[in-house]
Design a protein around this ligand. Structure first.
Ligand SMILES: [Zn+2]
Length: 187
């Protein structure tokens, strides 16, 4: 089983539950440093399970482009290698630019793309078995459209709603972070 956590906060409780369990791949992309403080790239699991925790700490302002790159270049190859029989998604929408708690600067469109990437992986690897569980999201419009877009994606629909649009910001270059993660996890 793989758990993919795109909530803006590190999933410290989920990580703790499976940190020494080699049968569960836990992947978390999150703003870092940020609450709750855990989730450094060096946290990769313990004992037989080293390598089955994949933390992706991201600077503020990453935006749709940066997160798409992370999911294409890091998350997708890691999940393909693990070959889960089920994907669980910790689906938080607090990485949206309008969220008051954090600053990863995603849009509803960016969140929808993430959902589609994970649904495609489930179709490819585990007969479509995927479960989205709602986590954070503190701008209620961004939350509502994020959830609605994920449900549309689960139904195989291509349309999405993004009335909030984007906040103009300059996205930081993630090349060093991606290179570090590829080396650390041999991706
Ligand atoms: Zn959160």
């Amino acid at each position: 089983m793989a758990i993919i956590d795109f909530d803006v906060h590190h999933g410290n409780g989920t990580q703790d539950a499976f940190y020494s369990d080699a049968d569960v791949l836990y992947v978390s992309s999150h703003q870092y440093p940020h609450y709750p403080g855990s989730g450094a790239a060096e946290e990769t699991g313990s004992g037989q399970a080293v390598g089955t925790t994949l933390n992706i700490p991201l600077p503020g302002g990453v935006g749709d482009g940066g997160v798409a790159r992370i999911y294409d270049e890091i998350v997708t190859p890691a999940v393909r290698r693990f070959r889960p029989d089920l994907i669980l998604v910790s689906a938080g929408y607090d990485a949206h630019w309008a969220d008051p708690l954090a600053g990863l600067m995603l849009t509803c469109t960016g969140h929808a793309r993430l959902a589609r990437t994970l649904i495609d992986l489930a179709a490819e690897l585990c007969h479509g078995r995927i479960v989205f569980t709602l986590e954070g999201g503190y701008n209620l419009d961004a939350l509502a459209h994020g959830v609605a877009n994920a449900v549309r994606a689960l139904l195989g629909r291509d349309d999405l709603s993004d009335p909030l649009g984007s906040a103009q910001n300059t996205e930081p270059d993630l090349s060093a972070i991606i290179a570090d993660l590829k080396t650390r996890h041999r991706l």
